[in-house]
Each structure stands twice: as structure tokens, then as C-alpha cells.
Design a protein around this ligand. Sequence first.
Ligand SMILES: CC(C)(COP(=O)(O)OP(=O)(O)OC[C@H]1O[C@@H](n2cnc3c(N)ncnc32)[C@H](O)[C@@H]1OP(=O)(O)O)[C@@H](O)C(=O)NCCC(=O)NCCS
Length: 162
Amino acid sequence: MIRTASPGEIAVLIDIIRITFEKVSIDKSIEDHFGNLIGKPWIDRKAVDIRRDLSQNPEGVFVKVLDGKIAGFITIAFDRDFSTGRIPHLAVLPEFQGKGIGKELLHHALQYIKDSGMKLMRIEVLAHNKGAFKLYREFGFEEVAEQLHLAMPVSKYKSLKS
Ligand SMILES: CC(C)(COP(=O)(O)OP(=O)(O)OC[C@H]1O[C@@H](n2cnc3c(N)ncnc32)[C@H](O)[C@@H]1OP(=O)(O)O)[C@@H](O)C(=O)NCCC(=O)NCCS
């Protein structure tokens, strides 16, 4: 069953992100590269993102429930001024992966975006995330641009001030 998440389930959703996004989080990559410079683990920023998704469009956070357990979820954000629906987060717990749940959640979310009258759908995916990329391509998404993410510690900046 796919249903809208309840606000009380936020901790479960964050836990799913903690488990599934280790290899596909830009903040985790920054942390791996430079250490924990900002004094907060990568998951804290993700938690902020998930809370934002839930508060901005609570109706558009969908969970897949299997045997009473949340196996995965997807979030939808709208940019109505530009007739666009975005998918900020999609995650399925490892033990439930490869069973079609990601596909089911994506269908549910894209139908919801379509029913909302939007004209454009957008998703961002890291280049090394081949599985997710393949999934999106199968749905008809096309690659329109590539982006690199750069970071450096402020302490490394050679200031013009002495
Ligand atoms: C991406 C993710 C949501 C897919 O969920 P899933 O339930 O395993 O996906 P499905 O079983 O519905 O598979 C659907 C399609 O995705 C593709 N796919 C998913 N995982 C794949 C993998 N590891 N390798 C290759 N293709 C993969 C396949 O095309 C598959 O279709 P097929 O079985 O007909 O070949 C899941 O792997 C996940 O949570 N990953 C970690 C978080 C993540 O990367 N989220 C997306 C961020 S953009």
C-alpha cells in the first residue's frame, strides 16, 4: 500500500535516508573528503531537507508500507510558478530493493504531479548512481545537463587580506 506519510513518521523517514543515502549524499561526500568540518553529521542536513519537504507539501510525501513497515518513500515538491514538479527524495530500504518498490513509488509520484496539472517533471541524480539513473531513464526522463559539486574548507582559502 502507498499512502501519504504522517508528520509523526518523520524519524522513520530520516532513518531510511541514513541507511540508503550514505553513497549518494553530497554532504556525506564532503564529510568523507574533509572530515566533519561543520560539527554536524551529513544526516542532519538531510533531516532538514526531509522536514522541509514534509512542511512545504505534506500531501506529497508518500510511503510504501509492507507488512506494517515503511519500506521506502518518495517526496514531491512543486514550483507552481514554473509549472514544475520535482522529486527531491526517493529511497527504498536495502532489504526491499530490487522488488519494484522504487518503480511503484515513482509511478505514484509522477501520477500525482500529472494530476496536479504541472507541465514539467525534474529529478537530480549523482553521476555514479547508475541504478537510480537507469530507473529514471526507463520512465522517460532525459539528461539535460551535468553538474559538478565543489567544496573546500574556509581555512584553505588564501585571503588577499593579510
Ligand atoms: C534507487 C532506488 C530507490 C530504487 O529502488 P528499488 O525498489 O530497488 O527499484 P526497483 O526494484 O523498482 O527497480 C526499478 C528499476 O531501477 C533500476 N535499478 C534499481 N536499482 C538498480 C541497481 N542497483 N542497478 C541497476 N539498476 C537498478 C532498474 O532499471 C530497475 O528496473 P528493472 O528491475 O526492470 O531492471 C533504491 O535503490 C535506493 O533507495 N537507492 C538508494 C537511494 C537513492 O539512490 N535514491 C535515489 C536518489 S536520486
